[in-house]
Ligand binder design. Sequence first.
Ligand code: GLN
Length: 487
Amino acid sequence: MDLHYLTAHELGDLLQRREVSAVEVTEAIVDRIEAVDGQVQAYLTRTAEQALAQAKAIDAARARGEEPGPLAGVPMALKDNLCTEGIRTTCASRMLADWVPPYDAAVVQRLKAAGAVMLGKLNMDEFAMGSSTENSGFFPTRNPWDLERVPGGSSGGSVAAVAAGEACYALGSDTGGSIRQPASFCGVVGMKPTYGRVSRYGLVAFASSLDQIGPITRDVTDCALVMGVIAGHDPCDSTSAELPVPDYRAALKPEIKGLKIGVPREYFGAGMEPEVETVVRRAIARLEEMGAICEETSLPHTEFALPAYYLVAPAEASSNLARYDGVGYGLRVPGKDIIEMYMNTRSQGFGPEVKRRIMLGTYALSSGYYDAYYLKALKVRTLIRRDFEAAFAKYDLLATPTSPTVAFRLGEKAGDPLAMYLSDLCTIPINMAGLPALSLPCGFSQGLPVGLQLIGKAFDEATLLRVAYAFEQATEYHRRRPELGVA
Ligand code: GLN
């Protein structure tokens, strides 16, 4: 049995029945990382020793007759923008290459309390800015389905690790698509929860009004399980919602008869690969066969989401990243006076995409341009939110492609920021509206995975999970694994 390719709920069952130990499972996945990470390059930091110690503690608890819960002893890993006490957290930036946080992010605290075993920290685009993980300040991650292709981004290390059997599940962050687009490129399930559903405490900020943390898993049941642990109010995040968290796993009933699904035509526009469109439309037809009522609809302001996002997100980033000045955190490159020290530190610590965002954001916020750009973008954001409100008056959820293309080749878009930005066309509007959305495997094109995006009403993750589960039960796509040569 390949322990490294079991899902969290399968492993959880084996562990609870004492058929395997947490140490055995952890050793199997550590071996898998040894065997394939040289090719995939998903990990920035590995913590095998600590993971084994956590696994031993879980085994000991079970030996005492305690039952620490379904995720206890299941090995996972974290995107490297989630703070981990005592373990370096780099955001894949030279700026934070040696930064060790003094505390755990809220989601990390919750996973630890649930008995999770943490294998290490995963590669990403620097400060989560990008769509391919090529903007990592260290090295690019590769797509396990085709090592010459990108895994998507910015949570590329997280999805690649889950797809390659190097972690049972992972957490990522999604500001404009960074969980869903890479999940679709690597054939795994990725969910961006409603803004406010999961605490951002301890997530290194990119664009605070858009950032959300979410699960990356091999199936929908695991997504529900992990959501059940990480969701919920946290007084340390003032934007976290004070709402009860439903039992997501209990919501997984493969019953979608009569559910109304809108299919917004703007998401099937120019730049979309015809075969991706075919695969996604076939998946939607499948939902219809299963009893859902699918109907074409329109979200007329969709085309303005991308330009508005590239004002709002850089504006917030320019402010959030002001703290990296060589004084408080991380890198300091000396200079003859403090101004030169700031300049040296920021020129050497940040990569080109991060600098581009800081310049864009500073420009958009500067006096004289603020009204024309930033304020206008906020108004557009309201229009986008209203589009969704109108659609959700008629539909229970919306279905779209997650990305207009399958995974592209390394280097293909690296020199063209606009082409790179366009790969988030289908995911960005959802962040602008603060809504929950999930990507799940729905077929293949050129031998590469294609993702179906389901978008839900605010705080209605349960319906998304239910529909995704029903689709998964009726199909086999989530069971396909990439063929990686083992070193
Ligand atoms: N690719 C988008 C960007 O570069 C979204 C990134 C994200 O969701 N973190 O901003």
